[in-house]
Design a protein around this ligand. Sequence first.
Ligand SMILES: Nc1ncnc2c1ncn2[C@@H]1O[C@H](COP(=O)(O)OP(=O)(O)OP(=O)(O)O)[C@@H](O)[C@H]1O
Ligand SMILES: [Mg+2]
Length: 394
Amino acid sequence: MTPDTTTGDKTAGAVAGGATRGGVLKGGGIKGRGSGRPGGADRDSAGLSLTLRGLYRTFGTTRALDGLSLDIQPGEFVALLGPSGCGKTTALRIVAGFETADSGSVLVDGSDISAMPAAKRDMGMVFQSYSLFPNMPAIDNVAFGLRLRKLRGPDRHRRALELLDMVGLTDQARQYPHQLSGGQQQRVALARALAIEPQVLLLDEPLSALDAKVRLQLREQIKGLQQRLGITTLFVTHDQEEALSMADRVGVMRSGKFEQVDVPDQLYANPRTAFVAEFVGTMNRLPGTLTSARDVAVLDSVLTVRAGAADGLAGDVDVLVRPEGLRIKAQPGGNGIVTDRAFLGSVSRIGVRLCGAVAVKVDHPSAHAGDFTPGASVQVSLPAEDAVLVAARP
Ligand SMILES: Nc1ncnc2c1ncn2[C@@H]1O[C@H](COP(=O)(O)OP(=O)(O)OP(=O)(O)O)[C@@H](O)[C@H]1O
Ligand SMILES: [Mg+2]
């Protein structure tokens, strides 16, 4: 049986690529800088820079990409984060060469590779679905790209074993995909993508099919490998926790372009738009009314917001505040009723229904959250400094 065709270009692309470093293999792709084997101490490459420049792509009447631009530094790990349909996969497929942009270009190490076929691009790719060849054991899946590059049998075998060892699957080398768990299959896919020593690693929701525990383990493993190998990495996810915990920088996408590209703590602490504020982290939205240039009536009191916080707004506004920005205390006849409580470790997240059926989440130290059981009457308040104002939703 030949490699299954159901995975189409995905599988081919996951193992195809250009020249492999170290002078072992020859190809017509992007010139490499480093040398040495995957995971070896002799690896000296810090990856190559990757630039997405003004990418536009329309499918029929759908504008999938609307001028997407991004500069990724050599060895940097950037996550593309955004809701379903915002263009993440399209962007990745254009970088990989499986899709062409209507306009715009992709540059690796400063060279425009937009016209280069996928097979010549020195990129490893891992997809959401495992897309392994079902008719090959793990080791042959990993070795597949090396065979395409005409590496000799014993070298191929040795290299594939090294890669399997790197992802902790030495004992599963002879097992077929259907004999592997989802997490193991995804690790084989990762090993296969890394086998060709790509200079750019593209990961499209590689963890989304896995259960929470395996996800966490693989998160750490991918991040560790990426750092050790210094591969420039573009990681697509719609899971903000995954993006924030793994990436050096996160690009929040909306309707085919970036709303903000920033380091995780800046995205969280200084979101530039209401979309980013609500997409990254948990955000409460409380109805308020501006009573003067800087005074807003919200939650039974009037608070003064930072200078500039209310610029361009008047009348009804929404006040955005993180769960840790709200205060809560037990109070008979207070302004809210506890609906639920989730233990998150040192803090508990308490769900409260305020009058007007506004639901909010409030974080409170778990050690002092014992009173906040469902049905309890509480008073929720908001210190001024944490408030971000946006125009009220119609
Ligand atoms: N080959 C195609 N033909 C037609 N429309 C497409 C095609 N590929 C993507 N689209 C459309 O382009 C938009 C962006 O799709 P894309 O797959 O890039 O989204 P995404 O951000 O990866 O979403 P998800 O998180 O659901 O995977 C969507 O509206 C999608 O329907
Ligand atoms: Mg997608």
